[in-house]
Design a protein around this ligand. Sequence first.
Ligand SMILES: C[S@@+](CC[C@H](N)C(=O)[O-])C[C@H]1O[C@@H](n2cnc3c(N)ncnc32)[C@H](O)[C@@H]1O
Length: 278
Amino acid sequence: MPPITAIGSAPWTRDELVAALPEFAELYQHRPIPENRGGMGAPHMFAIWFILKKLQPRVIIESGVWLGQGTWFFERACPHAQLHCIDINLERIRYRSKKAIYHDRDFSRIDWTALPRRETLLFFDDHQNAHERVKTAHWFGFSHLVFEDNYPPGQGDCYSLKQVLAHSGFKRNFGRPKGIKGRIGQGLAKIRESLRPSAGVVAPNSHDAAHFLEQVAVYQELPPVFKLPTTRWGGRWDDPAVGTPPPLLETVRYPWQQVYLDEAGSYTWLCYLQLRHG
Ligand SMILES: C[S@@+](CC[C@H](N)C(=O)[O-])C[C@H]1O[C@@H](n2cnc3c(N)ncnc32)[C@H](O)[C@@H]1O
């Protein structure tokens, strides 16, 4: 089965994406956290900034704030939007928005019924089961969703929509440990993992995809800005199990493009969704 990278039409064009690259590269130079280790790099920050600028939602819900770099870009893309920022650990935030409302409870445990839900965009970078997130968002009546870390089959630390569509299920891939320290570290990581209910194993199946396809009107994987020779796990981009839209740029022709190439390794098939209602 060839991988699905798009369903329905995107509310933007590829030309619009390419045309926005220089503006974002300039803005990226002013980011508050120059080294956002553990968070998004230029290709994905560009993608979510672009989507927000294009769609101009009235409300943005960000789940998975980390140091707060995303929040800063969201404010720049949508200066008039109301912002809700969720993280189970708010202690690490380095950029704190003055106008955002911060929550330290899971997205599914907050009452969102007072929001204009069809005019709200949800951004998930919280490494939770994406299929469960879609079901909860649909139940609340939300329409616009973006997921970072949309891992291909066999990779990542949570069940992704790419895996749902591939019928692959999910099992954490810990790779091969190196030496005694590596084996101890991996043993501890496996114990920690078993304590995370939302990151649990999902057996390969087709019913999750069938259910997802009933709820989704648009699913669009954002293209990488540059494609590196291999994926971040060393595999081939043209692996039939992966499927990647063509990159926006082929070579670095101008200095401002370099940052997209330098951070190209952080690409993980970020996707935009529009859910159906009624
Ligand atoms: C990869 S980081 C987010 C990076 C951030 N979006 C950025 O680009 O800078 C993942 C974050 O998700 C948070 N997290 C984990 N479980 C969560 C949950 N259930 N709800 C919200 N955030 C959660 C972690 O504390 C961590 O800060």
